[in-house]
Write a protein that binds this ligand. Sequence first.
Ligand code: MLT
Length: 334
Amino acid sequence: QRFVKPLTVALCLTAAAVTSSLAQAATFRVAVGDGAGSAQHALGLKFAEEFKAKTGGKHDTKLFLNGQLGDEQATVNDASMGLLDFSILAINNVTPFSPTVGVLTLPYMMQSLDDAVKLTQGEVGKELTENTIRDAGVRIVGWTYTGFRVLTNSKHPVNSLQDLQDLKIRVPQNEIMIDTYRAWGINPTPMAWSETFTGLQLGVVDGQDNPYLTIYSMKFDEVQKYITDIRYLFSIEPLVVSEAVYQSQPADVQQAILEAGKAATEHSAKWLVEQEDKIKAELTSKGMEITTPADGEKEWMDKAVEQVWPKYYEQLGGKEKLNEILTSLGRDTI
Ligand code: MLT
């Protein structure tokens, strides 16, 4: 278990957080898992701009891109202990620390940008934020909407589950995603995000899944050729603040963090719509080939929903809870 209990948190505040609590001008550090031009970067830039403006220029933020401050899962640990102020990371890398967040990585739960916005901005989002503070010592203050995770590989086009069977696929350390690939008939390779580019380059793994925007900003076109446009997971990526750091701030700075996070979230949804088609075309012009599953993804969906969902009912708050969420999205219950 990588997570350090919140009780330890208060005891581990860093000099940075203590300085902030004195309400002097401070520069807050923001870990960003992805590179320049990513959805995470766009969210971070907008947050930085708004936060500075809302504190009347007193406080600043500095973004550290490409996992410079550590792998995404490690940044949750660091923030929980108050060793790091903010992190922007994929939701799948928060789930190991706060299991109920897994509802956002349940295959085929979110089927559109609209679903993602509804879930994150409504009651579900509010509840998950509270759970994440309790379980992981971090507070979600903003979201990126990064688009569906699509499958890439270096070997051959994948049009069916049959085509997937000879591929070694990297997945995050996320049980639900591991089980999804198992339902599809293969044993995927869990690997930290910070090691994924090299893993693909060296052929340790043949493929992985992530949104178009992430594939482009991480230059995966240099080590991957084929894209299968699956829609099993709509990627959303929270901006989290260390709860210890947040609680050490005066009320006006806390307010500025929340407001800047909200403004950055609104910006992110617009940014995705503007960027995704452009990025898709760019990836094609760089030589990547895009296909869609021949059966309209029916077999993928049936297998994932039948085999993965029941295994997680309990962890996600029970079947009734999932039915409430499905109803709020206007979908059939299970
Ligand atoms: C992952 O696959 O671990 C994440 O989606 C990477 C990211 O943060 O973009």
